[in-house]
Design a protein around this ligand. Sequence first.
Ligand SMILES: [Zn+2]
Length: 439
Amino acid sequence: MKKLAFLLTCFIISVSSAQEPKHKIVSYTSNPKKVKETLNHESVQLQTDQIFNKLIKIRRDFHEHPELAGHEIRTKKIIAQYLLDLGLEVDTNIYGHGVTGILKGGKKGKTIAWRSDMDALPNDFADDVAFKSKNKGIQHGCGHDIHMAVGLGIAEVLAKNKAALNGTVYFIFQPEEETFIGAKAMINEGLFSKTKPDEIYGLHVSALPAGQIMVKPNEMFAYQKRVRIQLKNELTKEEAKALTKKIHSFLSRNTTSSKPWEIQQMVDPKTGLMNSNTIFKDYLFMDENFSIQSKNDILFLQAYIYETDSSRLKDILPKIKQAIEDSGYKNQLLSISFTQDNPTVINDEKLTNLASKTLEKIYGKDVVISDYGQVPYFNDDFAYFQQKIPGVYFFLGGSNMEKGIIAMNHSPNFQFDEESIRTGVKCFSSLILERLNKK
Ligand SMILES: [Zn+2]
């Protein structure tokens, strides 16, 4: 999950008051037709438990040996070997250090893809765990080590059930997510030409309580844009600053007293994503402090913008123009443009609703939390896969206040409750099994 232009230096979070997750499987034994189904998912849970310690070990190994985008050499080797040992058809030549594994089931059917990203961050925070990074200045501070452990776990559980699988599972281990390069490059290099999945799924760890899965149809994040304004270099420093303030207030849209830029509120039961009155819906905000630079005769004003509503994106540049003209700088204005324009994660509505229902049916209604907001600052190049294949991207909670763990991605004290690896493997192995069983 790529994060832009925002560094959390002090992070206070109210995870403890959020809803406690439940893990139990709902029993169907009263309905004889569903006994077989119950057995399937009970064995998924059992098999997940059997490999859990092995997954923790591999996650910690990834954590100790993080590699930056474009350098996932060791990581690739480990993943490829793991998938080969499971008997999957492995390809390491699609793009960069990406790895794919094809698991063909005993019966014909659909193809479902699962994606895990692989790269770490250029961080040097004090990581308070026994399995600290051995690569100076590089850390798994976004949790992609967890994503890989979950992906490998799903591959192992489903490989054990190969004979009963109706179709094919396509595992995609994607490099270079943080730079927003890997997904697009894998697609351009033929990721879907030989094997075209019918559906694609993936997850990102988040600051929600451990054991919770959160999802919503359509946009999971706000649209991020970087805007660049060029003016004749005729304004004083003070005038330039005053102009950025004017643009900022002219553009902002948020309900009274809500502060959607306070990312730590995303897990607050009253204001966070899980509340239908969340502060993280219907907003536009931008960096309060623009980057102000001058070069020769040109003054550059730059800032990031976060907008939840795709239909309002077209209004942003004309509004900025108006704010500049209203401030009396019509003659100084040279150009306004977006310098960064990535697609955003958009969950297929039908598949999202089906996935939530499926998981709730198997693991109880508390396992999936509805998401009512759109997270600012973050985005994921999983969006490129969704442009080709209908898919769903989930958040997997990893915070646990009792253990003093806050899983806020990219923050200096990012940690993760490894129990959630179990949740991820069992839930998404079950989901893939169910999706393959549906015509
Ligand atoms: Zn990430």
